[in-house]
Design a protein around this ligand. Sequence first.
Ligand SMILES: Nc1ncnc2c1ncn2[C@@H]1O[C@H](COP(=O)(O)OP(=O)(O)OP(=O)(O)O)[C@@H](O)[C@H]1O
Ligand SMILES: [Mg+2]
Length: 286
Amino acid sequence: MIEVKNLSFVYSPKTPFTTQALFDINLSIETGDFFGIIGSTGAGKSTLVSHFNALTKIQKNSGAVIVDEIDLSAKKIDLKKLRAKVGMVFQYPEHQLFADTVLKDIMFGPKNLGINNAEAEQRARDAIALVGLDCAEIAERSPFELSGGQKRRVALAGVIAMHPEILVLDEPTAGLDPKGKREIMDLILRIKADCPTVVMISHNMDEIAEYCNKIAVLRRGRVMGVFSPRELFGSEELLESCGVELPLVTELAVKLNGLGVAVDKSVLTENELFEEIKKAVGVKNA
Ligand SMILES: Nc1ncnc2c1ncn2[C@@H]1O[C@H](COP(=O)(O)OP(=O)(O)OP(=O)(O)O)[C@@H](O)[C@H]1O
Ligand SMILES: [Mg+2]
């Protein structure tokens, strides 16, 4: 689905400010993946995903990215086709809202794809419902009057209305409170029913451990490896060598275990930890 081959990228080449952000990246993202990308700040995560919808152009002799059959290293790329396929949601997507009503904002993407007004409006209304907002209440309001969480939902709706096959999310829960984070993650799971492939950058290891089936670890522009959550978070050596922290739930399980509470140290989600604690203290399921 997305094939990244020997991709390198240099900002401001041939200037005193030149920075190589990516070094020889190889990755394979398959249909159905919930693909996590992690790594400390400046590792190259945003630079990497910005190639997936050709927002960043592949530089000469710097590798390739193939999205389905679209070769993004080609001279001419069918951007319309690509952007209909790959929906990109940036960090703080609410900063990209611009229209004078929520409905118009969400209709903008589908209309840009050449979809007629009536269908674009229907898609926008469906997307508003999917992100859990009340269409009658919100459609004609200015997006700028909404709360932070509502704005983010509207921005997500704008991408969903384009019916992408691949959703790329750059830190989708950044800056939200715990309830807002949970709601956005639930929403992403709902979107995944129709858009089977999700790529998510996150600094939140609990989210990564709970939702992703594969995790690519980037460090200083290089891929340290692609792992399953259990492989990565279950290996002290890997965590150490990749410079990755444990999810908080796993850390808590390790601490409880150290105190003699017989819980499995490899839990990755709140539910798994809850079940382990119930077992350890002898609570039977009702
Ligand atoms: N527009 C730019 N011009 C020059 N250098 C840039 C630009 N954007 C990013 N960089 C540099 O490229 C490298 C990778 O940056 P990138 O934004 O991809 O990292 P990131 O992993 O997304 O970090 P974060 O977690 O902070 O979002 C960094 O060294 C950064 O300083
Ligand atoms: Mg980034």
